[in-house]
Design a protein around this ligand. Structure first.
Ligand SMILES: [Zn+2]
Length: 318
């Protein structure tokens, strides 16, 4: 190794012959080329940023829809196992999805049904993240995004359930995780899991966005736009869709909360992008910076459109 390096160093001057140029020679062409190059560079930088934002928005949308389906199937499967009958799964890309059973199982079964959605989602997301983390394919991003969204979304969902429970004084409102209170689960443990999930999700987001072309030297504005396209944009579109087609309070409230929380996450991530990458990078290497191609953007948007149409068609048939 050492000998090869020495040989390489010795041979280098022979590989790069010295060029002699008279002072002033070719200066006007350089200046002209310089101007054109700046313009081209600026244009390609804008196009790169456009591809980054589109790729992140498409990846999030696809991942979110897949994640919703798996979460609800977790509830449904657990219900079937626990002996519930007459289960109906409501799925929609923008309205809140849920599972309703004609006959509920016993208390232990209801607790299992409640947490099964979260467990299946997190297990699938973690498996995908572990399997795809080192894959250099650009198209791993939507599945890695699923990992991040599963942790962040389930964490925030749990915090929402806990807050709803804390706020409901007379008639208790039991949700996915708060059902566990009925069998004596300690509140502090559920809060701890919820906060850890939300933080893990945020850190994962900061580690995967380089796969969409967000580099360490990018400005705060590009980072902010990237994270805004990645997290809250989908919920912004959902809020507009619900207002236009079915302004029911229930759906609108959930998506508006997600829009607010997603925007806060985007701001936080844009500001803390580098420190998170530096600290978390001691344990897990962030994804390498890769600029997506238009074909990658096309693939995620086509897959997202298929998922969207399938969910709309399914909800129309229900
Ligand atoms: Zn659920």
């Amino acid at each position: 190794m050492h000998v090869e390096e020495m040989a390489d160093r010795r041979s280098r001057p022979r590989l790069r012959p010295l060029k002699r140029r008279r002072i002033g020679e070719g200066l006007s062409t350089v200046r002209k080329e310089g101007l054109t190059m700046t313009d081209t560079l600026r244009k390609s930088r804008i196009l790169d940023a456009g591809r980054t934002l589109a790729f992140l928005a498409g990846s999030f949308s696809l991942a979110f829809m897949l994640q919703v389906v798996v979460h609800e199937l977790g509830h449904y499967g657990a219900g079937m196992l626990a002996g519930a009958r007459g289960g109906t799964v409501f799925l929609h890309p923008f309205y809140t999805s849920r599972v309703v059973f004609a006959s509920d199982p016993g208390l232990a079964g209801q607790v299992l049904v409640g947490i099964a959605g979260i467990i299946l989602d997190v297990v699938v997301a973690t498996t995908l993240t572990v399997l795809l983390w080192k894959k250099r394919s650009q198209l791993a991003l939507p599945f890695l995004a699923w990992g991040a969204i599963a942790y962040f979304g389930e964490g925030l969902g749990m915090i929402g359930s806990l807050s709803l429970y804390a706020g409901s004084q007379g008639a208790r409102v039991y949700d996915d995780v708060t059902n566990m209170f009925r069998i004596g689960a300690p509140s502090i443990a559920i809060w701890a899991v919820a906060i850890v999930f939300a933080v893990v999700g945020l850190v994962m987001m900061a580690l995967i966005v380089p796969a969409a072309g967000v580099g360490p030297k990018d400005s705060i504005w590009k980072r902010l736009a990237s994270y805004a396209a990645f997290v809250p944009l989908y919920f912004g579109v959902a809020v507009m869709y619900i207002r236009a087609f079915s302004p029911t309070l229930d759906n609108l409230e959930v998506r508006t909360q997600q829009l607010i929380m997603g925007s806060a996450a985007a701001l936080l991530l844009a500001a803390l992008h580098r420190p998170i990458q530096r600290v978390a990078g001691l344990v897990v290497k962030p994804r390498p910076v890769l600029q997506p191609r238009w074909s990658d953007v096309g693939v995620v948007f086509s897959a997202g459109a298929v998922a969207f149409t399938a969910l709309i068609a399914y909800s129309a048939l229900m």
